[in-house]
Design a binder for this molecule. Structure first.
Ligand SMILES: [Zn+2]
Ligand SMILES: [Zn+2]
Length: 210
């Protein structure tokens, strides 16, 4: 069983997911947007051990809590990022463009690749490279639980913006069609912003896809 605790954190209301296999108490944080200390204490309260930080992409509003999180967890969790987003990560995810300074912690050590399997206790997540919003954007798909953490690729009724540096509209649409719409209808989508949705709902109701 997969347990998902979601938070809405930071200046642009980013969804952060604390995800665990309660049996083994193994946990990861997907996109620690802000308030790393809060995430660390929530995991501690539940007796979960955060072993890794999985980043869908390196925009500042998805990584800004990683420094504080890494500082509060012993041993510090390693961060995983697709290498094509490393340049963006090194530029603090564009925080400066928005007049901010962030601490995203130690540089990600795990270089994710398309098709890579990430483990969370007994559960397996497939990394799918989904460029378009950023060059190194990825999503995390757990087939067994029919769940996808899809970052800023697709939202309920909307799609990721492609007007920021590194954005590519055609690539984004390609990614959605090949990596999301090919999944089973009942697959749940947990986006980087907004509410939970499903593949079926977006297939029918997303105005950008019809
Ligand atoms: Zn983004
Ligand atoms: Zn975002």
């Amino acid at each position: 069983m997969l347990e998902i605790i979601s938070f809405v954190l930071g200046p642009v209301l980013t969804n952060v997911y604390l995800v665990a296999d309660p049996q083994s108490k193994a946990a990861v944080v997907i996109d620690p947007a802000w308030d790393g200390a809060l995430l660390a204490s929530e995991a501690e309260r539940r007796g979960w051990r955060i072993s890794q930080i999985w980043l869908t992409h390196a925009h500042f509003d998805h990584i800004a809590g990683a420094g504080e999180l890494a500082a509060r967890v012993v041993p510090p969790p390693q961060a995983a990022l697709h290498p094509l987003d490393l340049p963006l990560w090194r530029m603090q995810g564009g925080a400066k463009m928005f007049g901010m300074h962030i601490d995203a912690g130690p540089e990600p050590e795990i270089a994710m690749t398309h098709g890579q399997i990430l483990h969370l206790g007994e559960l397996e997540f497939e990394v799918r490279h989904t460029p378009g919003h950023t060059p190194g954007h990825v999503i995390f798909y757990c087939q067994e639980e029919k769940v996808v953490f899809c970052g800023d690729l697709i939202f309920q009724g909307s799609i990721g913006r492609t007007d920021l540096p590194g954005g590519d509209y055609r690539a984004l649409m390609d990614s959605i069609h090949s990596q999301i719409l090919t999944l089973e209808d009942e697959t749940r989508l947990f986006s980087g912003h907004g509410v939970e949705t499903t593949v079926a709902e977006e297939r029918v109701e997303n105005p950008f896809l019809t």
